[in-house]
Design a protein around this ligand. Structure first.
Ligand SMILES: Nc1ncnc2c1ncn2[C@@H]1O[C@H](COP(=O)(O)OP(=O)(O)OP(=O)(O)O)[C@@H](O)[C@H]1O
Ligand SMILES: [Mg+2]
Length: 298
């Protein structure tokens, strides 16, 4: 049974526990396969420039959504911010310091869950807490994990392994794991994508409330215009790839706390939504047209 009340480990606002993030001149080229074996087997591929000169300054305590057509490079950018992938050029600074790899200052919710298959739900979350806070007692680590398991509605599933969970449940473990380490920056890659509409709405509301309380710097990748409008201060719209860029950054001026039922009464709601719909449909249509052209040539 899900609960929306806050458990003891879920801390209220600590504005200092958030950090600004700056993406400076980030490009990413995925190098193609050109070794002799790939050429012999006709599996050689060309280089692919996914991101081209991305520049973005995100103030501390800001909730930013990134939206763009499928395959444009959103996960690539998030993985670079997480320190899991190196940019080909450019750098990412947190609080003015270039990142050199993953760190406890960033909690990541991965698009493909990335849970440890041999660990239970409890252990997946507890392990993350232990990694970041090795001095906490095992009892305390377990208590924190328990609170976040409750928050995401997984009470009763603590002892299950990932293969015993639905996609939505795995996604909730990923969200609990990222929140439980209490990071300065939360990076979320389509964290609600595999959830049914009700659970999705519930967890969106929870993330909104957690953000209200904790005001972390959050970067959320989403395909949902409504989700971006509900949660964000700013929405970064990306162009299609290759060489994806930032097309435009929209401000979302709606007061908080926000309520999904009342959001469309905000004067700017329909204009911002229409602008996002137009951008996404134009970019997605262009992707499909170029795919059709390529198929016709082949
Ligand atoms: N490891 C890799 N090697 C080669 N190409 C890659 C690799 N990872 C991603 N790409 C390519 O880079 C582009 C961007 O991929 P990415 O996963 O970042 O897109 P995305 O915007 O997150 O897509 P989606 O919305 O479908 O999740 C795609 O064309 C993808 O095929
Ligand atoms: Mg992705």
């Amino acid at each position: 049974m899900m609960t929306s009340s806050y458990a003891s480990s879920i801390k209220p606002a600590d504005m200092s526990a958030s950090a600004p993030l700056s993406i400076q001149g980030v490009s990413k080229i995925y190098h193609g396969k050109r070794d002799w074996f790939s050429r012999m087997t006709r599996k050689a591929t060309l280089d692919y420039t996914a991101l081209d000169d991305i520049n973005l300054d995100i103030e501390a305590n800001t909730f930013v959504s990134i939206i763009g057509p499928s395959g444009c490079g959103k996960s690539t950018l998030l993985n670079i911010m997480a320190g899991l992938s190196q940019p080909t050029t450019g750098t990412v600074l947190i609080d003015g310091v270039p990142i050199t790899g993953p760190g406890p200052d960033r909690g990541v919710v991965f698009q493909n869950y990335a849970l440890m298959p041999w660990m239970t739900v409890m252990d997946n979350i507890r392990f993350a807490i232990e990694t970041v806070n090795p001095k906490l007692s095992a009892t305390r680590q377990k208590a924190i994990a328990h609170d976040y398991i409750e928050l995401v509605g997984l009470t009763g599933a603590e002892d299950r392994h990932p293969h015993e969970l639905s996609g939505g449940m795995k996604q909730r473990v990923g969200i609990a794991r990222a929140l439980a380490i209490d990071p300065q920056i939360l990076l979320m890659d389509e964290p609600f994508g595999a959830l049914d509409a009700l659970t999705r709405g519930f967890l969106q509301d929870e993330v909104e409330r957690i953000w209200e309380q904790q005001r972390k710097t959050v970067i959320l990748i989403t395909h949902s215009i409504e989700e971006a409008l509900l949660l964000s201060d700013k929405i970064v719209m990306m162009t299609r790839g290759p060489e994806a860029k930032i097309a435009k950054i929209l401000d979302v001026p709606f007061p908080r706390p926000r309520h999904r039922e009342l959001l469309d009464q905000q004067p700017a709601y329909h204009d911002i939504k229409a602008e996002m719909e137009l951008h996404l449909s134009q970019e997605t249509r262009a992707v499909e047209e170029s795919r059709i052209r390529r198929r016709a040539i082949a």
